[in-house]
Ligand binder design. Structure first.
Ligand SMILES: NC(=O)c1ccc[n+]([C@@H]2O[C@H](COP(=O)([O-])OP(=O)(O)OC[C@H]3O[C@@H](n4cnc5c(N)ncnc54)[C@H](OP(=O)(O)O)[C@@H]3O)[C@@H](O)[C@H]2O)c1
Length: 309
């Protein structure tokens, strides 16, 4: 019997506020240091490709010395130059990383960070405001109070977390009277921890959307062999399996790596990070990849370096 391909979710509700996002998102981490025209071309390519959630953070653009807020400011300039783009996107940003501190989720800090993000992004409301990384020193009830105040004042529509463990998520959720709508872990067919650490199960339990950061392992999965310093045998084995499937569908390896994530029922939305409009468009080749259950486990087994038990 031929196997049925694994299904993808194509319109994904973000909480119960009516916001719906596409099956892939676009991220602005590598966004700074360019001009408004180039940045606009990337955002337009992403929106046209159905990547309706645009993810950024106040820290993006920081190079260790300066640049805090640069990626948000550039996106703000894009929106100022072409205001119609704002209505076409679900605008997501993050706060809570404070260079040199390094994490701060105290109520005063989060509220002022969010207000600064609003100014840089040149917008009245942030659709999804995420805590970038857990701050071990701020109690969950204080983080919740800040998020509640931001939501009540209309500065943010929904809230999410990034790099939180399931237990940290639950502790924060216990102090909120509205749901956290998203989690943002690192997840790729190279970084498979979310399959095992409870993040994806938590999404199925609570209805949160999983936004997968670095879905190509920050480029490691796609860089040409000669450029890779580490030629890890497991990475090479994984690449071989991805390439075999890519050949069957006449797509590139990246498309198979994105398809692997989207086949998970959590649902999982890969945040595409390329700076090239052509690669943004090519990412949607992932929809032509009809992974079977066997393909999916072949990829996982290659990553683990062993058959499933
Ligand atoms: N929450 C967090 O802590 C966190 C951390 C990191 C990232 N993020 C989010 O995740 C997003 C994506 O992360 P990422 O940029 O590391 O994603 P990625 O997709 O894993 O890596 C993108 C890198 O791969 C390269 N690449 C080479 N061939 C490619 C191809 N065929 N298709 C796509 N990319 C290719 C890109 O280079 P070119 O630009 O030259 O194509 C780029 O340098 C970020 O923008 C950000 O929104 C969140």
């Amino acid at each position: 019997m031929s196997e049925k391909p694994l299904p993808y979710s194509d319109r994904i509700a973000l909480g119960d506020s009516g916001m719906v996002i596409g099956p892939m998102a676009y991220g602005c981490w590598r966004f700074a240091d360019t001009d408004v025209r180039t940045a606009t071309a990337r955002i337009e390519a992403a929106l046209e490709a159905g990547m309706s959630l645009i993810d950024t953070a106040d820290i993006y653009g920081f190079d260790g010395d300066s640049g805090f807020g640069d990626a948000e400011s550039l996106l703000g300039d894009v929106l100022a130059a072409t205001p119609a783009l704002r209505q076409r996107m679900v605008l997501a940003t993050k706060g809570g990383i404070n260079p040199g501190v390094p994490y701060n989720s105290t109520a005063d800090y989060l509220v002022s960070a969010c207000e600064a993000s609003l100014r840089r992004l040149d917008t009245d409301v942030i659709d999804l405001y995420q805590i970038h990384r857990p701050d071990f020193l701020t109690p969950a009830h204080e983080v919740a109070a800040a998020l509640t105040a931001l939501r009540a004042s209309g500065k943010v529509r929904e809230v999410g977390v990034s790099n939180y463990t399931p237990a940290q998520f639950r502790a924060l959720q216990a102090h909120l009277d509205f749901p956290i709508v998203s989690q943002q872990p690192e997840f790729s067919c190279w970084q498979v921890d979310p399959l095992y650490d409870g993040i994806l199960d938590l999404a199925e339990e609570t209805g949160t959307v999983v936004l997968a950061w670095s879905p190509l392992a920050g480029g490691r999965l796609v860089s040409p062999k000669a450029d890779r310093s580490d030629n890890d045998p497991k990475l090479l084995a994984l690449i071989e399996v991805l390439d075999g499937i890519a050949e069957d569908y006449d797509v590139d390896r990246a498309a198979v790596a994105f398809a692997f994530l989207m086949a998970h029922p959590a649902p999982v939305v890969p945040i595409v990070g390329t700076t090239s409009p052509a690669r943004i468009r090519a990412a949607t080749d992932a929809f032509r990849v009809e992974l079977t259950r066997r393909d999916w486990y072949d990829i996982l087994e290659a990553r683990l370096g062993a058959p499933m038990p």
